[in-house]
Design a protein around this ligand. Structure first.
Ligand code: ADP
Ligand code: MG
Length: 695
C-alpha cells in the first residue's frame, strides 16, 4: 500500500474534498456559516448534498445515515438507501439538501428521562457541519445533533456544541480586554487517550459475564498478576501488533490521527492516543475509534473490552481527556506566553479553570460517574473519587506569590507585577510528574484523568466548557470597567487563587492521608455514582446550565433520571447474569465434579476398605460446604433483586449500590474459592490466567 499521506482521510468528506468538489461560492459560504456557527441556507445545503452524494457514490457508498449520539453514550444510525424509483423499474441515486440537514428517526426507544412522554414521541436530527461526513460500511455517515420536536435535546452532541459556543463567547470577551481584538472565536481542543483490553474471542464467547456485562463477575486470581509490571511498554506480540496496524490504517482512512499505541500495565491492556483536535470532532472520532477497536478485534480473533474494570485485581481502563483552549488566531490560551501581557493572560485563564473545578467538583464528578467506573475511581490504579488539581510546584509558587504581592522566592526583592514583569520560566510537563492527580496541568493543557474507558467524552467536556465559561463571565464583569487593567488582573488572579487554592494538591492522590486532608479542606468525596448524581439537582448546578442555555431545568432533570436509571439497569443486569451463571453453570459443573469425586472415593473404599481417603474426603466436604453457602448467597442475591423492584429513581440506584453490589461480591468470593479447588477441566469458564496470559 502507498504511504499513508496519500490516502489519509480518504473516507472523509473533509475540507479538501469540499474545496475540490463544491462551487467556489458555495464552498466559501459553507465555511463562513460554519465559522460563524449559523444555520445553513437550503440552497447551500442542496449544493453540498449533491457534491457529498457524488463523492460518496464514487467511494462505494450505497446508503446514508444521520449518525448521532443519544444519551446511551454510544452512537446510533438508521440507514437509508440513496436509491429512488423513477418508474419503469429504474432507480436514480438521490440525496437532497433537506435530507442532508434534517432527519426524522423514530426515536421512541432512546432514553429521554421522561421528556418525550410529555411532548411528542418523535425526534429529529440536524447536521453538525463542523464535523465532517465520512463513509463507514458503505454508508455515508452524517454527524448530527438529536432533538425532540419541542426542542429539548436528546443527545450528547447538542449540549456539547452549546457549551463550545458559550466558552468561546466568554473567552473572546476576555481576550479583547487584553487587546487581542482580532480574535473572533475560541475553540476548545481535546485529545482523548483510550485504554482497552484484548483477549481471545474464543475465551470471550465462553463467558456470559463478559458478553452481557462487559466485565468478569467472577474469576480467581491467576498465579501471576501484574506485579512485575513487565507488560508496560513491552514489545508488542505479533498478533497484537497486526491488530494495531490494521486499526491505525482504518482510523487514518477516517481522518483520525491515531498516533501512539503501546502496552499498558495490565497484561493484554493497551492504549491508543490520537492527535488532539476540536472538541466536537474529538468526541466523534473517539466514538468511531471505540467502534472500530471492537470491529477490527473480531477480524483478528480478539474481543476488545472497553469496560472500566474487566478483571478484578488488575488495572482497569480509563480515558484521559487532554483539554485546552485555542483562539482562531492560533494561540493556545493555556500556554505560558513570552511577553508580560501574555503571561498575565495565561494566569487569568489558569485560575479561571482552578475556580471552575473547585466550584463545580460535583458536576465534574458526575460527568465521569458510571457503575463501571465506580470499580476504578479510588482504586489504586486510578485517581480517587475526590476531585483535585495538580499544577506543579513552580506554578503553585507563582500563584502564591501573586496572591501575596511578592515575587516568587529567590527572584529578587521587587514585587512581581502581572502584565509588567516576565514570569519565571515554567517547565513544560515531563509527562510523568504526577500520574495520580485527577486533573493535572501538563504544561500547555489540562489532563482530566478520571474518565472511564467506555465513556463518550461529550459529557465531561460539556461540563468543563460550561464551568470555565462561568468563571470567565465573572472575570469579564470585574475587569471590563477597570481603570487600571493590569492591577485589576493582578488582584483578580491573586484573590481567585486565595479563594480556590484548596482544590490544588500536588502530592500523591493515592495516599490514605489525602482523604483526611481533602476532608479538612472541605472538598467533596462523592464515593459512588448515585451519590454524585444526586448533586446534579442542586440549584447552583441548574442555574449554571440554564443561564448558559446548555441545559434547561427540564433537561437537567431528565439527565439526572437517565443517569440513575442507567446505573440501576447496569447493576441489575450484572446481578441477574451472576445468578444465572451460578445456578446454571457453576453449581451443576461443580456438583457433577464432586459427585464423581464421591463415586471415586466409594469405589476405592469398595476395593480396599482400609484405604485412607481423607484428602479426597476432606476436599469433597469442603466443596459441598462451599456449594451450600453459594446456593444460600445466591438466593439472597435473588431476593435483593426482587426487593429492588419496590424502588425507583435515585432510591433504586442507591439500593443497588448499597445492597446488591455487596451481595454480588459475597457470591463471587465463594465462586473464586471453588475455582481454586475443582479440576480446571470441570470449571465452566476460561480462567484469568488463560484469558490474560495466553495471547
Ligand atoms: P501522556 O500519556 O503522557 O498523557 P500522550 O502523549 O500519550 O501523553 O498524550 C497526550 C495527549 O494530549 C495526546 O492525545 C495529544 O494530542 C493531546 N494534546 C496535546 N496538546 C493538546 C492540546 N493543546 N489540547 C488538547 N489535547 C492536547
Ligand atoms: Mg495521559
Amino acid at each position: 500500500m502507498e504511504d499513508a499521506s496519500s490516502w489519509f482521510g480518504c473516507m472523509v468528506f473533509n475540507d479538501e474534498a469540499m474545496r475540490l468538489r463544491l462551487p467556489k461560492d458555495v464552498y466559501r459560504l459553507l465555511k463562513k456559516t460554519v465559522a460563524e456557527g449559523k444555520d445553513l441556507d437550503i440552497n447551500i445545503a442542496n449544493s453540498v448534498a449533491h457534491a457529498m452524494k457524488t463523492w460518496a457514490l464514487e467511494n462505494g457508498a450505497t446508503h446514508y445515515t444521520h449518525w448521532f449520539q443519544p444519551m446511551t453514550g454510544i452512537t446510533a444510525e438508521k440507514h437509508e438507501a440513496f436509491i429512488n424509483p423513477v418508474g419503469g423499474g429504474r432507480v436514480i441515486m438521490e440525496f437532497s439538501g433537506k435530507e442532508l440537514i434534517k432527519g426524522e428517526p423514530d426515536a421512541s426507544s432512546f432514553p429521554s428521562g421522561g421528556i418525550r412522554a410529555t411532548f411528542e414521541a418523535r425526534g429529529y436530527t440536524a447536521w453538525d457541519p463542523t464535523s465532517y461526513a465520512f463513509i463507514k460500511d458503505e454508508t455515508l455517515c452524517i454527524p448530527t445533533a438529536f432533538c425532540s420536536f419541542s426542542g429539548e435535546v436528546l443527545d450528547k452532541k447538542t449540549p456539547l456544541l452549546r457549551s463550545m459556543e458559550v466558552i468561546s463567547e466568554e473567552a473572546v470577551k476576555i481576550l479583547h480586554l487584553f487587546g487581542k481584538t482580532d480574535v473572533r472565536r475560541v475553540i476548545t481542543t481535546v485529545g482523548a487517550e483510550q485504554e482497552y483490553f484484548l483477549i481471545d474471542k474464543k475465551d470471550y464467547e465462553r463467558r456470559k459475564d463478559l458478553i452481557y456485562t462487559g466485565r468478569t463477575l467472577i474469576g480467581a486470581r491467576s498465579p501471576k498478576g501484574q506485579e512485575l509490571e513487565d507488560h508496560y511498554f513491552g514489545a508488542l506480540r505479533t498478533r497484537v501488533s497486526a491488530y494495531m496496524k490494521d486499526l491505525d490504517r482504518e482510523l487514518w482512512k477516517l481522518g483520525i490521527y491515531a498516533k501512539t499505541s503501546h502496552n499498558e500495565v495490565a497484561p493484554c491492556q493497551h492504549e491508543l492516543a490520537p492527535v488532539f483536535t476540536t472538541t466536537n470532532v474529538a468526541v466523534d472520532q473517539n466514538q468511531l475509534t471505540m467502534e472500530l477497536m471492537k470491529k477490527i478485534a473480531e477480524r483478528h480473533g480478539f474481543a476488545c473490552l472497553l469496560h472500566e474494570k474487566p478483571f478484578a485485581g488488575f488495572n482497569g481502563s480509563g480515558k484521559h481527556n487532554n483539554w485546552s483552549l485555542k483562539s482562531d488566531t492560533g494561540i493556545n490560551l493555556l500556554e505560558p506566553g513570552e511577553s508580560p501581557q501574555d503571561n498575565a493572560q495565561f494566569l487569568l485563564f489558569l485560575v479561571a479553570v482552578v475556580k471552575a473545578v473547585d466550584e463545580y467538583q460535583d458536576l465534574l464528578r458526575i460527568s465521569v460517574s458510571s457503575a463501571g467506573n465506580d470499580h476504578r475511581l479510588g482504586g489504586y490504579e486510578a485517581p480517587p473519587a475526590i476531585i483535585s488539581m495538580f499544577l506543579g510546584d513552580e506554578l503553585t509558587e507563582i500563584l502564591e506569590a501573586v496572591s501575596r504581592g511578592t515575587t516568587p522566592t529567590g527572584r529578587g526583592k521587587n514585587q512581581m507585577k502581572l502584565g509588567v514583569h516576565v514570569l519565571p520560566p515554567i517547565p513544560q510537563d515531563s509527562t510523568d510528574r504526577n500520574r495520580t492527580s485527577p486533573f493535572a496541568f501538563t504544561g500547555n493543557k489540562f489532563e482530566f484523568r478520571m474518565l472511564g474507558s467506555s465513556f463518550s467524552v461529550a459529557d465531561p467536556n460539556t461540563t468543563l466548557n460550561t464551568i470555565v465559561a462561568a468563571s470567565l463571565r465573572q472575570f469579564y464583569e470585574e475587569l471590563r470597567d477597570a481603570d487600571d487593567f493590569n492591577t485589576a488582573v493582578q488582584n483578580l488572579v491573586g484573590r481567585t487563587w486565595k479563594e480556590h487554592r484548596r482544590i490544588v494538591f500536588n502530592g500523591n492522590n493515592y495516599a490514605p492521608e489525602w482523604i483526611q486532608e481533602a476532608e479538612k479542606r472541605g472538598l467533596l468525596n462523592l464515593k459512588s455514582s448515585p451519590d454524585a448524581y444526586d448533586t446534579f439537582l442542586l440549584q447552583k448546578n441548574i442555574d449554571l446550565f440554564s443561564s448558559f442555555h446548555v441545559f434547561n431545568s427540564v433537561e437537567v432533570h431528565s439527565r439526572y433520571e437517565i443517569l440513575h436509571e442507567e446505573y440501576s439497569k447496569t447493576v441489575h443486569i450484572e446481578a441477574v447474569t451472576l445468578i444465572d451463571m451460578v445456578n446454571r453453570q457453576i453449581l451443576p459443573s461443580v456438583g457433577a465434579w464432586s459427585g464423581a469425586l464421591a463415586q471415586g472415593i466409594a469405589a476405592k473404599k469398595a476395593v480396599l476398605p482400609s484405604l485412607d481417603c481423607s484428602g479426597e474426603t476432606g476436599r469433597l466436604e469442603k466443596v459441598t460446604m462451599l456449594m451450600n453457602e453459594l446456593d444460600a448467597r445466591c438466593r439472597r442475591l435473588d431476593g435483593l433483586v426482587t426487593e429492588a423492584s419496590a424502588y425507583q429513581g435515585s432510591d433504586l440506584s442507591h439500593f443497588y449500590q448499597k445492597n446488591v453490589l455487596g451481595q454480588m461480591q459475597g457470591v463471587r468470593q465463594i465462586c473464586d474459592e471453588l475455582e481454586l479447588i475443582v479440576d480446571q477441566k470441570a470449571w465452566p469458564y476460561p480462567t484469568y490466567g488463560e484469558m490474560l496470559f495466553y495471547i
